[in-house]
Ligand binder design. Sequence first.
Ligand code: ATP
Ligand code: MG
Length: 212
Amino acid sequence: MITLALSKGRIFDETLPLLEAAGIRIAEDPEKSRKLIIGTSRGDLRVVLVRASDVPTYVQFGGADLGVAGKDVLIEHGGDGLYQPLDLRIAKCRMSVAVRDDFDYAAAVRQGSRLRVATKYTLTARQHFSDKGVHVDLIKLYGSMELAPLTGLADAIVDMVSTGATLKANHLLEVERIMDISARLVVNQAALKLKREPLRALIDAIATALPP
Ligand code: ATP
Ligand code: MG
């Protein structure tokens, strides 16, 4: 049996067509079912539904043989024990710095003042500001980062941006792009040895299904 870890929402929705192109159908719609383990049209492949940030952990410790996780999540996880054979080029967005539209970010950085930055992505944020030589106090949040600059909790946020509509609706401005993000296929390194043939075949089938 091969176990594939996916998260509900955009990762699931965008992985589905890749699996279909590889000839694999998923037996149930996770939005309609409460099941956490779902079968597929292939008797030897099942899908487990986990939180997006838990995908690397499931794969690292063998709770799943492979999974799909955003680059953002993989950086924060560290990637230990994971083989990352494919950039699936799905769930695309970017990691950016945003501030209130009336906050002078350039001046704050120029003056070398200590910036208060709220984010879920503390490793990425720490690295980014350290590369720039900007001193920051990081505030770890788990969601709704947009609220932090509006309430005075932080001067800036590091968050995911796709269209920018959420930032705009909250009077925030994207002032720096840190990196482009997309989802990757991650594989448990031990499973890759023990289940070499079927895993290789599945990885190859998904690779072939990727749009050029
Ligand atoms: P959770 O909802 O469990 O807190 P999450 O918000 O990271 O976790 P999703 O919203 O499903 O989970 O996002 C999954 C992945 O999709 C992210 O890790 C990221 O790689 C990618 N992604 C693409 N666009 C966006 C976006 N606009 N906001 C957040 N994530 C995005
Ligand atoms: Mg989310």
